[in-house]
Design a protein around this ligand. Structure first.
Ligand code: S3P
Length: 170
C-alpha cells in the first residue's frame, strides 16, 4: 500500500486520546485531520447526544458507516473514529482497505478519568459509569485488538504516543 495515497485511521475506546493524538499525528505527517464525531455533528447540525436521543443509537451507527463508506475522506488524512465505529460488522475490513489502522488503548481507570468531563458520550450517561465502561470494554476489547496495531496511551506523554503511531505508519 503506497503510504502517499491512503489515510491513517485511529480507532479505539472512548477516552483513549484519538482526537488529541489524531491532531498531533496529522501535524507531524503534514496530513489533514478529520474526526468522525465532529463531521457527523456538522453534517447533522446537532450534537451526538441529541442524535442518540431523537433517532436512537442505530441511526447514529448508520451515519458513522455512511461517513466512512460514502463520505470517502480524501487521502493523506488522519481520521479519528468514534469509539463504536470499528465495532460494527464489516467496518474493520473497510478501514483496512482504505488505509492504515492504529488502535489506541488505555486502561478502564484512565478512560473513566478522561471521559468524566465530556458530554458527547450518551452511552456513559448512566448512574454507574464504571460498570458501564467495564461492560462495554469487555465486549469490545477483542474487536479493538484485531482492528489494527495497538498503541498504549496510558500515562505516556503525547510526544511518545505520536512517535509510536508514526513508527507504525512507516
Ligand atoms: C461512542 C464513542 C464516542 C461517540 C459516541 C459513541 C462509542 O466517540 O462516537 O458517543 O460507542 O464508543 P469517542 O470515542 O470519540 O468518545
Amino acid at each position: 500500500m503506497n503510504r502517499e495515497d491512503v489515510n491513517l485511521y485511529l480507532v479505539g475506546f472512548m477516552g483513549t486520546g484519538k482526537s488529541t493524538v489524531g491532531r498531533a499525528v496529522a501535524r507531524r505527517l503534514g496530513f489533514a485531520v478529520l474526526d468522525s464525531d465532529h463531521e457527523i455533528e456538522r453534517q447533522q447540525g446537532r450534537p451526538i447526544a441529541e442524535i442518540f436521543e431523537r433517532e436512537g443509537e442505530a441511526a447514529f451507527r448508520a451515519m458513522e458507516r455512511a461517513f466512512i463508506e460514502r463520505g470517502h475522506p480524501p487521502t493523506r488524512t488522519v481520521v479519528s473514529c468514534g469509539g463504536g465505529l470499528v465495532v460494527q460488522p464489516g467496518m474493520r475490513e473497510t478501514l483496512l482497505g482504505l488505509g492504515v489502522v492504529v488502535c489506541l488503548h488505555a486502561s478502564v481507570e484512565t478512560v473513566l478519568e478522561r471521559t468524566r468531563r465530556h458530554h458527547n458520550r450518551p452511552l456513559l450517561e448512566v448512574e454507574d459509569r464504571l460498570a458501564r465502561l467495564r461492560a462495554l470494554y469487555a465486549a469490545r476489547e477483542p474487536i479493538y485488538r484485531r482492528a489494527g496495531s495497538l498503541v498504549l496511551t496510558d500515562g505516556r506523554p503525547l510526544a511518545d504516543v505520536v512517535a509510536h503511531v508514526h513508527r507504525v505508519w512507516r
